[in-house]
Ligand binder design. Structure first.
Ligand SMILES: [Zn+2]
Length: 282
């Protein structure tokens, strides 16, 4: 379930100490992410830094054909473009929304100032980049050693975690791009799961019916990456999901602080998105 207090809905933001988190969110906005919206383009200056709270965005590498290959997905555990986390202004990949949701966003210049001002923000983001590198290394091992069915189940569980729901809107085409396999392979694996009563699927609407059985079938990378994430984020005294953070959350419930919204909204740069100042959600 999505936390009521959205300041904790993105796990990187949740990992910040209270003072850093409050100041960071004070300068951001919450946007809706329409399906297939392109948030950044490879080699071009990033418009902003995006921290999803639900849905997910794929990092795409252009290849032959109109769509490109999805090499990574970013949801509530991450941010994009990862280059901004290292102080680089250009995006390394195309970033396209694959499951609609919402994200906190900072204009690039504003984010760069926050990054400069907060050592804790740099620390959290540095650890996130480290995790992304680990994931990239594991991806090739996964593709060679784990079956399409195992990898499909893992992708469904990750999508469930990112949407906070067992009801997912994912086409076989999107799943095939995520897994780097032919659509027919996804259809075959999904049909077998449906036949066993573990999922139901119809025209892009997918429901997970037996989460425990699916967890047992997922490739081991699912658990490995969950553990790596918890370890990387909790080993720092970053207070992630700790009692201190919960207490801090309660202390912010009393009222929204005065806030500064961005004069030039990022919504103007991304047609079809609407926004709320992030600080109204504190
Ligand atoms: Zn795997």
């Amino acid at each position: 379930m999505l936390p009521k207090n959205l300041s904790f809905a993105n796990r990187l933001i949740a990992a910040l100490p209270a003072a850093d988190r409050t100041e960071f969110l004070r300068q951001g906005e919450l946007l809706e992410l329409p399906l297939y919206a392109q948030l950044a383009s490879a080699g071009e200056l990033a418009v902003g830094a995006w921290f999803p709270v639900e849905g997910f965005v794929s990092a795409m590498v252009p290849v032959a054909g109109p769509e490109g290959l999805a090499i990574a997905q970013v949801g509530h555990e991450g941010m994009l473009p990862a280059a901004l986390a290292l102080g680089l202004p250009q995006a390394g990949f195309d970033y396209r929304v694959q499951m609609a949701g919402r994200a906190f966003v900072w204009r690039r210049e504003v984010f760069a100032q926050c990054w400069q001002d907060s050592p804790r923000l740099r620390e959290v983001l540095g650890r996130y980049v480290h995790l992304r590198l680990q994931q990239a290394s594991r991806q090739s091992i996964c593709a060679h050693h784990h079956s399409v069915s195992q990898r499909l189940v893992r992708a469904l569980l990750v999508a469930r975690d990112r949407m906070h729901s067992t009801e997912l809107f994912l086409t076989h085409e999107v799943l095939a791009r995520m897994l780097g396999v032919r659509r027919e392979s996804v259809t075959q694996a999904a049909s077998a799961l449906q036949w066993r009563g573990l999922i139901s699927y119809s025209r892009g609407y997918l429901m997970l019916l037996d989460e425990a059985a699916l967890a047992a079938l997922a490739c081991p990378c699912y658990e490995v990456e969950l553990r790596a994430y918890e370890q990387a984020m909790s080993a720092t005294g970053l207070q992630m999901l700790s009692g201190a953070v919960v207490a801090d959350a309660a202390s912010t419930q009393g009222g929204a602080p005065a806030c500064r919204t961005q004069a030039a909204s990022l919504a103007a740069a991304h047609s079809g998105v609407s926004l709320w100042p992030a600080c109204t959600l504190l």
